[in-house]
Ligand binder design. Structure first.
Ligand code: SAM
Ligand code: SF4
Length: 339
């Protein structure tokens, strides 16, 4: 495993960045690519279409970026996309990020198709947390939603993650009315003996999926009511907790998380910033503007200017998104920014 970054210098790092609303940002979601090998019906229904624009951030740019955020007190980096496992240099990226002083958690969000082949390498490189997207436990439905019949190998990868005893393994399922909203009993069986967390995510409206959203959006309250009726109860929120509400049950080793971006106060718990695969800082998933950091990622000499650009921009982070008003911001779909 790569050397951990809990050096004296790392643990004495600055307190997390904060904004004008008292929110703290210990957590960066870094997109490594916009490309994807899936065609999820709510995200990239026609698959990824390359547009011939500039290449995605390179390893040395990623190293400089993460060193800057760590110097500003960030301690967790999530690698996402598009599909981050399509990056051939992913082992080296994980190793570089994990070695930055101050970085304590290196997480990835993936569709899981590469797990059987590549998870041991990511683990050796220093990966500490794995989120795998799995919208259905039923093979035919999984294929219908993602466009690919790959559920068996994803389940195999999950077993491998448990054998490797990764500190955190979570699953993501987007709640889709009429497509997967009757599977809670099956998920409960799945969680009985498995110490994983399944996060049900409410479908979000993006620039490209308006009609789909109208057809398939389902409020997470429906699932919460079913959990409570089955004897599950809400767990107290940790200090560093993200936007998920967690539910547990004494008869199950696994837990259920609910991510409901349309809920009141969702943005008050925001603890993350985002950087796109082309190096734009995004203060909000649904924000109206990006701040180019890439010009300051070309040389170590620009380190101070990079810190200054990030901290100045944070002052502009809004209190909340405008999703309720139908404002989806810049993004056509989540693959373009990292969900
Ligand atoms: N390709 C990887 C994956 O699917 O895990 C990482 C990128 S994907 C954009 C990150 C997460 O966003 C996935 O869990 C995906 O299901 C979720 N997602 C994508 N579009 C969404 C939408 N419109 N609403 C809610 N979640 C969405
Ligand atoms: Fe690809 Fe993830 Fe979007 Fe599915 S949700 S199309 S796997 S980026």
């Amino acid at each position: 495993m790569a050397h951990r970054a809990d050096t004296a210098a790392g643990s004495a790092a600055a307190p997390p960045l904060s904004d004008g609303f008292g929110r703290r940002f210990p957590y960066l979601r870094l997109s490594l690519t916009e490309a994807c090998n899936f065609s999820c019906s709510y995200c990239l229904p026609d698959g990824y279409q390359a547009d011939g624009r500039p290449r995605f951030l390179a390893l040395d740019e990623i190293g400089r970026l993460v060193r800057a955020f760590a110097a500003l007190g960030m301690h967790k980096i999530r690698l996402t996309g598009g599909e981050p496992s399509l990056r051939k240099d992913l082992d080296a990226i994980i190793e570089t990020v994990a070695a930055v002083p101050g970085i304590r958690k290196v997480a990835i969000t993936t569709n899981g198709t590469q797990l059987p082949r590549r998870l041991p390498g990511w683990h050796r490189a220093g990966l500490t947390a794995l989120n795998v997207s799995m919208d259905s436990l039923q093979r035919d439905r999984f294929k219908a939603i993602t466009g690919h019949d790959r559920l068996p190998e994803i389940l195999q990868g999950l077993q491998m993650a448990q054998a490797l005893e990764l500190p955190s393994v979570k699953l993501n399922a987007v709640l889709l009315r009429g497509l997967n909203d009757d599977e809670l009993p099956q998920w409960m069986d799945f969680l009985r003996e498995r110490p994983v967390s399944i996060r049900f995510i409410e479908l979000m409206r993006t620039g490209d999926n308006e009609a789909y959203f109208e057809r398939h959006h389902l409020r997470a309250d429906v699932i919460i009511a079913q959990l409570l009726a089955a004897g599950w109860s809400e767990r107290p929120r940790g200090a560093d907790a993200g936007p998920a509400r967690e539910f547990g049950h004494p008869g199950h080793r696994g837990t259920v998380g609910i991510i409901a971006p349309y809920a009141r106060d969702f943005c008050a718990g925001c603890n993350r910033l985002r950087v796109t695969a082309r190096g734009d800082l995004r203060l909000c998933l649904f924000g109206e503007f990006g701040v180019p950091l890439r010009p300051l990622l070309q040389s170590d000499d620009d380190f101070d200017a990079l810190l200054a650009r990030i901290t100045t921009q944070l002052g502009l982070k809004a209190a909340g998104h405008g999703l309720h008003r139908g404002q989806t911001g810049l993004i056509p779909h989540l693959a373009s920014i990292g969900g």
